[in-house]
Design a protein around this ligand. Structure first.
Ligand SMILES: [Zn+2]
Length: 308
């Protein structure tokens, strides 16, 4: 016979005998598996109850697999593990609710759309956006399933063709040559940590992963420092956030299969800048005829718009 001791008073405890075959305790209307409690595998309703009890009422748990009356305090590491499991389960409860809401409100109401998506995707957009948690393009611009082929990386950078294969240009190759998207949309944003890393990077920086990636935007930094040297560092970062988008648009044209389609009018290249401080959005389109790729590069734009 094993026992579990429960108490909401840290100085008092009450021992509940349980059989080794059941390992369950009853708290109000909730039934909790003792084995689950010990291993941290607890169903969500039990987790919530346990969390509330332990955090808000000074709940303590003692357990013993030995003779009745012999209890052993769980050590702090086990409680930490339990708390982590509870927190994780709380987070996934939210995700579960959101997923079921998607199923109810999108999938169940429009099964034909999902049936069509199961056969093929025909997105009109390829989006390159930052990995920043605040700037999900589907959230900001309302892209629906099947509307955009998306890749997100640090600082929404496009490496030049000569840099060789990366996840970003692999996605570009598939989107342009296989899916035959009609638009490539590079979207930057305010307060970009990747651009800040680029702007603060030392020339002799070691090739850590982030620095080795953001160095792709080095020309944007050079242009920013030349054009905005009188501004504060924060303002220079804001300037570079937009400069690097144009730099990425120029880099797109270094891919022969992209430039050919743009020259033929089969593909358009756009830049976008999402400012989440004042919730505004700038959009522009690369004007291929006025753009010069070689040398220092010079971008011409058209169809500018500002949404606020
Ligand atoms: Zn960013």
């Amino acid at each position: 016979m094993a026992s579990i001791t429960l108490s909401s008073d840290p100085f008092a405890s009450k021992t509940l005998p349980i059989s080794s075959s059941s390992y369950c305790i009853q708290l109000g209307t909730s039934r909790i598996s003792a084995r689950a409690l010990i291993t941290g595998r607890i169903e969500q309703t039990h987790l919530r109850l346990s969390t509330e009890l332990r955090r808000n009422q000074g709940f303590t748990l003692k357990a013993s697999m030995g003779p009745p009356g012999l209890t052993e305090q769980l050590n702090n590491s086990k409680l930490d593990t339990l708390a982590e499991a509870e927190d994780e389960c709380d987070i996934f409860n939210d995700l579960k609710d959101r997923f079921l809401s998607l199923k109810k409100n999108k999938y169940m109401k429009n099964p034909e759309q999902f049936e069509s998506l199961a056969k093929a995707q025909e997105p009109k957009f390829m989006v390159i956006a930052c990995a920043d948690s605040r700037v999900c393009p589907s959230n900001v611009l309302g892209f629906q399933p099947g509307e955009t082929f998306t890749i997100r990386n640090i600082a929404n950078l496009v490496p030049p063709f000569v840099r060789g294969p990366t996840e970003t240009n692999a996605a570009l190759e598939f989107a342009v040559n296989t899916l035959q998207v009609e638009n490539i949309f590079v979207i930057g944003h305010s307060c970009c940590g990747g651009i800040r890393a680029l702007m603060s990077m030392q020339d002799d920086a070691s090739a850590r992963f982030i620095k080795n990636w953001v160095v792709i935007g080095k020309n944007a930094r050079i242009k920013t420092e030349a054009a905005a040297s009188n501004l504060s560092f924060d303002e220079q970062c804001s300037h570079c956030e937009k400069e690097s988008i144009n730099h990425s648009l120029l880099n797109l044209l270094t891919y022969p299969w992209i430039e050919q389609k743009v020259a033929n009018g089969e593909l358009m290249i756009h830049g976008g800048y999402y400012n989440f401080i004042d919730c505004s959005f700038e959009k522009w389109t690369l004007d291929y005829r006025g753009t010069k790729v070689d040398g220092n590069g010079r971008i011409a734009t058209k169809n500018k718009a500002f949404w606020c």
